[in-house]
Design a protein around this ligand. Structure first.
Ligand SMILES: *Cc1c(COP(=O)(O)O)cnc(C)c1O
Length: 802
């Protein structure tokens, strides 16, 4: 072995080189000639090549029944028992690799599944000759059988007397494999790839072999459409042995690899020079005892013992080398194993020689060599199956997914793709019976009949979009505006520019966005879209935002109340109550105003599943909360509407711009009933400028949240503040120990206005305090502290006067 002490990391790449495959071009040419010979001559060519290369005169290529019958008697009982135990272990580990069929409904009505189906015809190459590797047949045959491959063909070279190793035949019988072909080398691979009268062509070829077999597998893969298990090279082991290692064990592991062949590669890393010296001495001592010492000695000549600084360097070296086998001969093998990124199979601790994995622990010994462990796995059950995916759309699924695919296909210029969807969608519309429509249409019975019937107002700007040089269609003032800025033209009624930017920011499609003159307009239109005055109802969950009820009252719509619990969450029976309600919509405010808290996700989900009406989640304060927006769930829940606003985190309350996100179909209904020019040109301009500055949003939010934290900390010290409710918004709900309305009045007399919420359900004694600037926050705390002190004085005074 060659010893390297603390090599500089610039030298590592050279030390990680495998022995070069010298005569590759000659091998490739010879293999190609053999393929040609097998293609032209079939079985006869295989017989000729067996005589020529294996020195075997064969009468038949296939192992006969008589040969199978005679095999077991020639295998010692002890070896039979050992093989049975190994098979049991390999079966146990590979059976556990079976995966159940995967089924996921990605959207309602879009069912996707994946199922493992065996490769139909597999060829297993088992090297024979001087050392018949029957263990390879176990390692390949067990997973092939477990996967259920219908056709399994084994090829193995004949011995000079025309027989095949009885142990290989014994294992084949144990596995129920009855097709064993007496063919080795490149000609066996050629037969499996091309097929002959006796050898069926297969879909995938497995198994190790010499340079010719490897080159033949590569040719089969490159030119004959056959898959192979993996690129194969000479076997290799890397041992990481620290001061805790047993030098005799390490030397034995190195030799067990070296005896595979002269080109086997053996590397040992240590951070202890004493251990490296002892390992080398042990290698010399044990080598002399080996029957295959000549082979092992050749392999050792090109092998390396490397002294490195510490465990980190050893792991780094190993991960770069990507060994087929990695032995961690250390006390802390588990900790090191966690950091292994490239290796075929890993052997942990002092009592786990590589040999156990070669035969019988249960793991597979067909592993990637030559550094391929960087990107390949060893053979497993997966190597013998393909994973086929399936999908089925119901009418509902097609309606939900159709426009997504149409839009994407059109954007890629693939019109036929889009048509494949469009045609089907049209046939659904044409065939929909009223009853069928109710089953598949998520808004059946939800849209107010008068809205469904009405014709929307068609504005002048709608027809021509201001494109012509002379626009005399809208009774605008072509002379210009009174005042400094030109607002003489009506604005874009569809607000396309804003929607394009918002769509990008929020990950939705532009036609899933409705813009209102504040959220308040969206709230009003949602009520009017669904509720017939004097007949229908909405549900609110007090304490909550007042505009929901105002919108209902204004439209002569009844209000059903589903009060929140004492900690301001949805009650446990909320979904049940809503499922029984005929209300057209429910408003859920999260984070809620005036309480500040988020509503529990599961509770909202349950309502989304069970309620037949629209579920409006008002996320006016979502930017301050650490929770994903419900916008990400729109595809799942067609009756979900998410409202956001530019009024809070964006700091644009004066713009009056609120947003509703929902399915394209629902947004189209809102567009139908909105006033045509509800978003002014000034608002549109400012909103676009704000959207361009969106990256500043997190910074502002963080500053506000810092202010909130400061306020919470300060209020905890204010004597009259009894409870500060946890808040995910830019305000705090605070319960006072004294009359909150008196505190409210006193604040007002000091020039500070807050929100008195004492009359809201569950909010007795509470004021709502908006987080302000640093100066405003200090004034507020100062004022409350003073009010507290005065209150104590007056209480003390009234007490003493009694
Ligand atoms: C402030 C607020 C809004 C915003 O309304 P705009 O009309 O967009 O300003 C919406 N919902 C709730 C719960 C609010 O507190």
């Amino acid at each position: 072995m060659q010893l390297y002490s603390y090599p500089d990391s610039s030298l590592w790449a050279a030390l990680q080189q495998r022995p070069a495959a010298a005569e590759a071009p000659q091998v490739a040419a010879r293999v190609r000639a053999i393929f040609e010979q097998v293609r032209a001559g079939g079985d006869a060519a295989l017989l000729t090549l067996a005589a020529e290369l294996d020195k075997a005169t064969l009468t038949s290529l296939l192992v006969s029944d008589a040969e199978f019958a005679a095999a077991a008697a020639q295998v010692p009982a002890e070896l039979q028992a050992a093989i049975r135990q190994a098979k049991t272990n390999i079966e146990a580990f590979h059976t556990a690799q079976r995966e159940p069929e995967l089924r996921v409904e990605t959207m309602p009505g879009v069912m996707c599944s994946r199922r493992a189906v065996p490769v139909q015809r597999v060829g297993l190459y088992v090297p024979g000759g001087s050392a018949p590797l029957f263990s390879t047949l176990l390692m390949l045959g067990v997973p092939a059988r477990l996967a259920g491959c219908p056709e399994v063909v084994v090829c193995t070279p004949p011995q000079a007397d025309g027989s095949v190793s009885p142990v290989i035949l014994f294992v084949a019988q144990l596995l129920g494999i009855d097709k064993v072909v007496k063919a080795g080398g490149a000609q066996a691979v050629a037969a499996l790839a091309l097929g002959t009268a006796s050898v069926p062509a297969v879909d995938k070829i497995f198994g190790p072999g010499n340079r010719y077999v490897t080159a033949a597998k590569q040719l089969a893969a490159a030119e004959f459409g056959v898959a192979i298990d993996m690129p194969a090279g000479p076997s290799e082991v890397l041992v990481i042995a620290d001061a805790s290692a047993n030098p005799a064990f390490v030397a034995a592991d190195l030799l067990s690899q070296a005896e595979h062949g002269p080109d086997s590669q053996v590397v040992v890393l240590s951070d202890s020079s004493a251990v490296l010296e002892q390992v080398q001495a042990e290698v010399v001592r044990q080598l002399a005892l080996l029957p295959r010492r000549d082979v092992a000695a050749q392999a050792l000549a090109s092998s390396r013992a490397i002294l490195l600084a510490d465990a980190t360097s050893m792991l780094e070296f190993s991960n770069q080398y990507a060994p087929e086998h990695l032995i961690l001969a250390t006390d802390n093998a588990d900790a090191l194993a966690a950091q292994v990124t490239n290796a075929g199979s890993v052997f942990l601790g002092h009592l786990t020689p590589e040999a156990v994995g070669d035969y019988a622990s249960g793991t597979n010994h067909t592993l990637p060599t030559s550094g391929y462990a960087r990107q390949y796995s060893g053979v497993s059950l997966d190597s013998f199956v393909k994973k086929i995916t399936f999908q089925r759309l119901s009418a509902q699924g097609l309606q939900a997914l159709g426009s997504v695919v149409e839009i994407m296909a059109e954007a890629e210029g693939l019109a036929a793709h889009a048509r494949a969807v469009t045609l089907r969608l049209a046939s659904l519309d044409a065939n929909a019976s009223p009853a069928g429509a109710a089953a598949t249409k998520p808004y059946a019975g939800l849209i107010r009949p008068s809205v469904e019937r009405m014709q929307p107002y068609s504005s002048a700007r709608d027809e021509f979009e201001g494109m012509a040089p002379v626009m005399l269609d809208a009774n605008e003032n072509s002379l210009g505006s009174v005042g400094p800025d030109d607002f003489s033209r009506y604005p874009d009624p569809h607000q396309r520019a804003i929607k394009a930017d918002l769509a990008r920011l929020k990950g939705v499609m532009p036609n899933q966005i409705f813009l209102g003159n504040g959220s308040d307009e969206a709230i009003d239109l949602l009520v009017r879209l669904t509720c017939t005055p004097g007949q229908d109802a909405i549900v609110i969950c007090p304490p909550t935002y007042g505009m929901y009820e105002v919108a209902a009252n204004l439209n002569d719509v009844r209000v059903e109340r589903l009060p929140l619990t004492a900690d301001f969450q949805l009650p446990a029976d909320a979904a049940e109550k809503l499922a029984a309600s005929n209300a057209k919509l429910v408003f859920l405010c999260s984070p809620n105003n005036p309480t500040g808290n988020l509503l529990a996700q599961e509770a909202v989900e349950t309502i989304l599943r069970s309620f037949r009406g629209l579920v409006i989640v008002d996320e006016a304060y979502a930017d301050f909360a650490d929770a994903p927006s419900w916008i990400t769930r729109l595809a799942e829940f067609p009756r979900l509407v998410v409202m956001q606003t530019f009024s809070k985190a964006w700091g644009l309350a004066g713009l009056r711009l609120g947003v509703a996100y929902a399915s394209a179909e629902l947004i189209a209904f809102l567009d139908k009933i909105k006033p045509p020019y509800n978003i002014s040109a000034a608002t549109q301009q400012h909103a676009l400028a704000a959207l361009a500055a969106a990256p500043r949003l997190p910074e502002m939010r963080d500053e506000l949240l810092a202010g909130r934290s400061w306020l919470v900390a300060q209020l905890a010290e204010v004597a009259i503040a009894e409870h500060i409710f946890p808040s995910d918004a830019n305000f705090l709900l605070v319960r006072f120990t004294v009359d909150a309305t008196a505190v409210y009045d006193q604040l007002q007399s000091r020039g500070i206005v807050v929100r008195n919420r004492t009359t809201q359900p569950g909010c007795a004694g509470c004021l709502r305090l908006t987080v302000g600037t640093t100066a405003e926050n200090s004034q507020l705390v100062q004022a409350l502290t003073e009010i507290g002190a005065e209150t104590r004085v007056s209480i003390a005074a009234s007490a003493s006067s009694i």
